[in-house]
Design a protein around this ligand. Structure first.
Ligand code: ATP
Length: 328
């Protein structure tokens, strides 16, 4: 696949995450630095199929490093799942004279990219942009740090009202398949218990922990519940369960929802996105393809996209232990 790359396309796909704009900016400016053309594609694979391209230059990405969301919009595109849709996308790229693309997204976006390169031998590099931090081959995805800081900030505020009224709050956070947000934000915000998809801690343990907490004189308690936790009860059912078994508690529920995806990216996410964008362009120019840029031990690395999409990352067991000890 060693061909000279003169024009790179960049786009965002799947769920948006804070820091995607910083990654777009980095790819555009690294292209300009290397004196190659860069086009942006609007609305992910949908825009690729429809030819929704825009020529970029270093100045097209002024004042976006601090902005959440994605200026290129994101979309879910059913057509790209079919060979016919991918063929149409390929034809649009060829018509535009694009030699390679950088896709900023999550697992699904990378799966589409793998199929595309297999079918058309087209140079592709992925940048992990998702708040879930669930992609193999990187310790951090772009947006995760911002999301956990948003959650911690929200919980700090909830705690103010919880302690004023001696209340117990169940706070639902994002994470259908993985508990990274729940676990990290839970430790950071000093949660009483953290319920995650990876482990079923059981309802008995929850009740025991809450009883202990009451006995020890705590004025409020926060329990973080990831969307996909394994107790088999959602936050509202958990509230009813605790009210029934521990009537001493005045229980409230807060579902944080989409606010977790929004907001200005943290400095960590901006720096990570800037580094990954440069690495993506460098990698394409070195003839690499079908890989994802990741960070391990603070060094940028490449992992085959096919590996990155194989499974979710595992939770940090040490963090789970820390959480247990902190709630003594
Ligand atoms: P997030 O983790 O935030 O949900 P994602 O990249 O996993 O992000 P998806 O909605 O799963 O988001 O995928 C984005 C797009 O990638 C889909 O709309 C589709 O166009 C393409 N895609 C996903 N899975 C496949 C697949 N199996 N084959 C081809 N294309 C796919």
């Amino acid at each position: 696949m060693t061909q000279q790359i003169k024009k790179i396309a960049v786009f965002t796909s799947g769920g948006d995450s804070p820091g995607m704009n910083a990654a777009i900016r980095s790819v555009v400016r690294a292209s300009a630095f290397n004196k190659i053309d860069c086009v942006a594609i609007y609305r992910g694979y949908q825009g690729m199929i429809e030819g929704d391209f825009k020529q970029m230059n270093a100045r097209s990405v002024n004042n976006i490093i601090n902005k959440g969301g994605t200026i290129l919009k994101s979309a879910r595109c059913e057509e790209f799942r079919e060979p016919e849709g991918r063929k149409r996308a390929y034809e649009q790229l060829k018509k535009e004279g694009v030699d390679a693309f950088v896709v900023i997204g999550g697992n699904g976006s990378f799966t589409g990219a793998v199929k595309f390169t297999e079918e058309f031998n087209f140079p592709v590099i992925g940048i992990p942009g998702t708040i879930d931090n669930d992609i193999l081959g990187t310790s951090y995805t772009i947006g995760f740090d911002t999301a956990i800081n948003t959650v911690v900030d929200a919980i700090d505020k909830i705690r103010d009202t919880a302690s004023s009224h001696n209340r117990l709050f169940f706070v639902e956070v994002m994470g259908r398949d993985v508990g990274h947000i729940a676990l990290n934000a839970g430790v950071g915000a000093g949660a009483e218990e953290i319920l995650i998809p990876e482990q079923n801690l059981g309802l008995e343990r929850l009740l025991d922990s809450l009883k202990r907490s009451k006995k020890s004189g705590k004025s409020s308690s926060i329990v973080i519940v990831a969307e996909g936790d394994k107790t088999g009860k959602n936050v509202f059912e958990l509230k009813e369960y605790v009210e029934e078994h521990l009537p001493i508690y005045d229980v409230r529920v807060s579902v944080l929802g989409h606010m977790q995806r929004g907001g200005n990216p943290t400095c960590f996410d901006r720096v990570l996105a800037s580094r990954m964008g440069v690495k993506a362009v460098d990698s394409l120019l070195e003839g690499k393809s079908n890989c994802m840029v990741g960070v391990k031990d603070n060094k940028l690395i490449l992992t085959p996209l096919a590996e990155a999409i194989k499974a979710h990352t595992e939770i940090d067991m040490e963090l789970l232990k820390v959480s247990d000890i902190m709630t003594i």
